[in-house]
Design a protein around this ligand. Structure first.
Ligand SMILES: [Zn+2]
Length: 171
């Protein structure tokens, strides 16, 4: 063997079909977790790195986003937030404290803004204060939900209500 050659071992762990794939898989959880700052992308709460991976509050890689056309990467989720196996859609909850009417499904909005750009009406509020709170929450929430998609939130009046709109400046 010349120096610098790699030895292919036959004793791979179960489920590993090739050596490089094995190492890729081994680093995925750590990589995804660090990219997401050890925070669950579904419920937006911290994930404890010390939790066992089979604990409901333990870390897991959520690949429900990975096969979408939007090219959203795999994300870190609590095992419990990620176990709706076969779920067609990920639901990103709006907090109960926000007083919003007809809140839009955020992952759908994120997907469309990512693909098409532009702006989307995401909620209506009875008062300006409610709308501003929702706008502030959205900007903060999307900074983690779609870190590569620069978004701004604006509050406009319309039909006697306050309308919250998300826009992206990216082309
Ligand atoms: Zn979670």
């Amino acid at each position: 063997m010349a120096p610098g050659c790699f030895v292919r071992t036959r004793s791979l762990p179960p489920g590993a079909d090739e050596l490089s794939g094995y190492f890729v898989r081994m680093s995925t959880l750590q990589d995804v977790a660090e990219r997401d700052g050890w925070r669950c992308w579904v419920c937006d709460e911290p994930v404890d790195p010390a939790m066992p991976v089979n604990d409901p509050r333990g870390p897991s890689v959520d690949s429900r986003t990975a096969d979408r056309k939007s090219k959203l990467p795999e994300r870190l989720a609590h095992r419990a937030c990620n176990t709706r196996k076969g779920a067609v859609k990920v639901v990103i909850p709006w907090p109960d404290r926000l007083n919003v009417l007809e809140p839009a499904p955020l992952i759908t909005v994120a997907d469309r803004l990512d693909r098409k750009g532009g702006r989307e009406l995401v909620a209506r509020c009875p008062a300006r204060k409610d709308a501003q709170e929702a706008a502030d929450w959205l900007v903060d929430r999307f900074s983690r939900l779609t870190p590569n998609l620069p978004l701004t939130a604006t509050v406009d009046t319309g039909g006697g209500q306050y309308l919250v709109t998300l826009s992206t400046t990216r082309r």
